[in-house]
Design a protein. Sequence first.
Length: 500
Amino acid sequence: MSPSMSSRPRPLSPTTYSESSSSLLLRWQRRLGARLARPQALFLGPEGVQIASEKAQPFADWCRMHAGQAADITVSTQLLHELVCEPGLPLGDEAQLQAYARQLFGHYFGAPAKSWPLATWRLAAAAPWAEQCGAVALHGAAAASLQEVAAAHQLHLLRVQPAWAPVLRRLATEQPEWCQAPKAALAWVEGQVLTWLQLQDGRLQSLRQLRLAEATVAALGETLAELSATDAPGAAQLSSVLVCGYGLAAGSPAPSWPGLRVLGRLDGKVPEAGCFDDASAAAKLAGLPRPDFLGPRPPRSPWAWPLAGLGGLALVAALLGAVHSQQALNEAQQRQQSLSAEASQQPVARPPAASLTNTSRSSSSSGGKTQDLETLRAAAEVQALLLQPWQAVLSNVEQAGAQASSGPASAAEALSWLALDYNAGRQELRLEGLVADKLLALQMVDRLSATPGWQAVMLSRFQSGEQGLQGQRFELTAKLKPAELRVDLPAKAASEAQQP
C-alpha cells in the first residue's frame, strides 16, 4: 500500500459512529456521576489502598473496580517527606515555594526527587507570628501516576492530603482546650515513622518527621522523652500532648506521665475507623495548614452551580440533537436504497399513456408518493434515451439525406439539418432541416419510410426559410422501433434513391 493510500482518512460508518457516540456518552456519564457521587475515604499506604482489615490492593486495581466514583485520599506519612521553610525567605507565591522545595528535596534525595508531587501549605502572618510555609513531597510507585490513573477511570479525586493534616484538624475541633493551650503537641505515629507537631494558642509552630529505633511503644516513649528534654526541659511542658496512630508492636504498655494522653490503640495494623474524618471542613481554623497534592483550590463562585446546570442542559440538548440527526441519516439512507432498487426494476420503455394517466391519478391520491414517481419517471426516461441505438438512427438519417440529394449541388449544400428531438417514452422522432428544393424533403420521407424500424414518416411542416437562412425549412416526424433499426439502409432503398 502506498503512503498516500494509507494516510487517506476513512469515513465513519453508521455503526462506528454509533459506537463512538455511545463510548463518549458513557465517559461523560461517568464523569458527571463522579462529580455528584459521595466520595469514599481511602488510606493509601506503601502497599496500596488499605481498607479496614482487608488486604491492601494496588491503587490502579481499586480505580478499575470503582470507575466513575469519587475518592478522598489520605496518604500515609511513610510515603511522605516534610519541609518547613525558615521564616523570612523570599517565597511570596506558589511557584517560588515549589521551586525552593524541589531544590532542597533534590539535594537530599537525588535528582528523581525533583519530580515528586508536592503539597504546599502557608499560614498568613498574624501578630505576633510571622508568615509560615512548608511543603510535603510524595514518593513511591503510587505517586508517579496517581492523578493519571484516576483520570483514566473517570475517578474524581476530592482531596489527596497527608495523614497528619486531617488528624490535626479533627482533634482541634473535638478538643478545643488542647488546641488553644499555650503549648500543645501531637505525636502521630505510623510504625517507625513519627510526625511531631507543636502548636501554640491554636497555631502550628513546628513540624518534624522522625524515625523510631523500632516500631515499639518503648521506642516511642524514649523518643518523646528526648523531644520533651530538647524542646523545653521539664515534664510540665508536655502537659498538653496527644498521642495517636497505629503500627506499633503489641504487648507493651503505653508511655505515661502527667498530662500525656494516648488516643485509641497504637498496635493496630491499620488506622482506626473515623481517624481521618475531617469534622472541621467548614470551620475556619486559620492556624492549621491544609496541604493538598491536587493544588490550592480557588474560591468557588456563587454562579458555579447555576452555570453548571445550564451547561448540563445544553449538553443534554446537544446529545438529543445528535441522536435525532443520526436517526434521520439512517432513514434517509434506507429511503435512498429503496428508491434505487425501484428505479433499477423500472422498464426501459415508457408505459402507455392510459396506464400513465391511471398511475398519475393514483399517485396524486396517495399524496407523498407523487414526487417519488416523478423522479422515477424522469430517471426511466433518461435511461431509455441512453439505451437507444443512436448509431443506427443517425446513420439512417445521414444516408437517406445523401441519397435524396441529386443534381450538381453537393449533399451538404442541398440539405442542412437544424434540430433533432426524440421522446423515448413515446418513441417519436422529430427532425428539422433546410433544403434547397421541396422535392428533396419528400424524397427523404420516402427513403425513411422504406427503412426498417421507421414508421409513420411524414412531412409535418414546410415553409420558406426565415431571415438569414437560404432555402425552405421543413419538419419531419416519425415513430421508431429501436429493435428493428439497422445501421445501413437496405439495398432496395438505396436503388430507389438513385432514380431521378
